[in-house]
Write a protein that binds this ligand. Structure first.
Ligand code: GLN
Length: 211
């Protein structure tokens, strides 16, 4: 029988190494989530930390600070190279902003790996943070509880983008485009590991395809 991870999923082959960009923001909770799904969490601060990673998580935080640090540490090109080589990515909240092709009313886009437009802090000042049950058309297992903290609103999505979850107004809040996943909310702050498990599944599918 295949070994099982702590959350019950099959673990075939070597343990996946999933990086977490650790310049700023919600790093530790992602590390815990990664460990819980039976993968190894690796902190990424410098380009050399990206070596041998199977996937990368871009956490929540402050996208303006993160973009400055990404460039200060010379991480922009090597992260893009990792993505273009086919490594799965998961961006949460500020991480979604870093992945977006278009940022409305604001900064230049950073990685442009997701064909969508986001508006920073789009849910409004009164709603600095809130929690909501989300419909999950693209994820098995029914509604998902989302924690939103000064979250971006997804204003527009390209046709290649699959909607995994929507808010009560029908706006996309979790998306997938090929190997790239992103959420407007913070999946690492609840015990629901579906997004992290999907990331691990993309790693496994890629390994299978390369065999
Ligand atoms: N408001 C932040 C930004 O614009 C994102 C907040 C978060 O990641 N929790 O970067």
């Amino acid at each position: 029988m295949a070994p099982r991870s702590p959350d019950g999923g099959d673990l075939r082959g070597p343990i996946s190494r999933i990086g977490v960009l650790a310049l700023q923001g919600a790093v530790r909770e992602h590390e815990r989530a990664i460990t819980e799904i039976g993968a190894e969490a690796v902190r990424v601060r410098l380009p050399r930390d990206l070596a041998g990673l199977d996937a990368l998580v871009l956490p929540g935080g402050e996208s303006t600070t993160m973009r400055k640090l990404i460039d200060a540490y010379g991480l922009r090109e090597p992260i893009l190279a990792l993505a273009h080589a086919g490594a799965p990515m998961l961006g949460t909240c500020a991480g979604m902003i870093l992945l977006a092709d278009r940022i409305i009313d604001g900064d230049e886009p950073v990685f442009r790996l997701l064909d969508l437009a986001v508006r920073r802090n789009g849910y409004g000042r009164q709603l600095d943070s809130f929690e909501a049950d989300l419909e999950t058309p693209g994820l098995p297992g029914g509604p998902l509880h989302g924690v939103f903290i000064r979250a971006p609103i997804v204003e527009d999505v390209g046709r290649a983008v699959e909607i995994l979850a929507r808010d009560a107004d029908g706006r996309p809040v979790a998306v997938r485009q090929g190997q790239v996943l992103a959420t407007a909310f913070h999946p690492e702050l609840t015990s629901d590991r579906r997004l992290h498990r999907l990331l691990r599944q993309l790693i496994a599918d890629r390994a299978e395809a390369r065999r």
